[in-house]
Design a protein. Structure first.
Length: 246
């Protein structure tokens, strides 16, 4: 990942667990459509087929975010302190426009470089990623350059990454990438995580999202910190000082 900007990591999840994730992701998306009242509202905001903060809706997705191999990778890539900035389920359907098919970075709208990895994506393949169903394209090394090169360069050098269900496709968050087009008759599901250094904000306040749906915080203090309990802004001066002495 340091040089090319990507790698593939085996999660070790069982086939049965991955099967449950497929159903769970579909259920979470249906709940979120119901919250909005109509999927047409999501389509109008280009947010259809994305289930946001899935771990607040389906408990299995907390395991996906805290997988032991993923946590070890995060320590090696980022150091001892890091936070889950977002977890989004993605449903790639063959009969709809896919907004992820445009080249982008997952630190959106940021066009600068860093000598150190600040964040990375961990895209769990819930279904097999194949060339036929729209596996992710990456543009290797582009996390090292500030501006997007050119369309001609991208077409020549981009690579499509096939990976079996249960794999995490790991990308430096500044790597340019895009989804492919699903040309099969089936869905291609994935769960994307962005994990970064704690000075960056979460997309959704995960501790509050879990509390809102009645989920107790994990007992493990390292996992609590990773989910954002340690890094949310302090309520006041006393709270800030209390955290430093805890």
């Amino acid at each position: 990942m340091r040089i090319n900007g990507y790698t593939v990591l085996d999660s070790g999840f069982s086939t049965a667990f991955i099967d449950n994730l497929r159903a769970g992701l579909d259920h979470a998306y249906a709940k979120q459509v119901n919250e909005m009242g109509d999927e047409a509202i999501l389509r109008a905001m280009n947010d259809a087929d994305i289930a946001r903060c899935v771990l607040a809706y389906e408990p299995d997705f907390l395991q996906v975010a805290t997988n032991a191999s993923l946590m070890e990778f995060a320590k090696r890539a980022l150091g001892p302190e890091f936070v889950l900035m977002m977890q989004n389920g993605i449903i790639n359907r063959p009969d709809r426009e896919n907004y992820q098919a445009r080249r982008h970075r997952d630190l959106n709208y940021q066009h600068w470089t860093s000598s150190k990895t600040l964040a990375f994506n961990a895209l769990l393949c819930v279904d097999d990623f194949t060339c036929q169903n729209g596996a992710t394209f990456v543009l290797p090394g582009t996390q090292h350059i500030a501006e997007f090169p050119s369309d001609a360069f991208a077409r020549k050098f981009e690579q499509q990454i096939e990976a079996p269900a249960g794999s995490y496709l790991i990308l430096d968050a500044m790597l340019y990438h895009r989804a492919g087009i699903n040309e099969t008759n089936g869905l291609r599901r994935a769960v994307n995580h962005v994990i970064g250094l704690p000075f960056m904000a979460q997309q959704i306040d995960i501790p509050s999202a879990l509390a809102h749906r009645g989920t107790l915080p994990p007992a493990d203090p390292a996992i609590r910190k990773y989910l954002g309990h340690r890094w949310s802004p302090a309520r006041d001066v006393a709270d800030w000082r209390g955290r430093r002495t805890a």
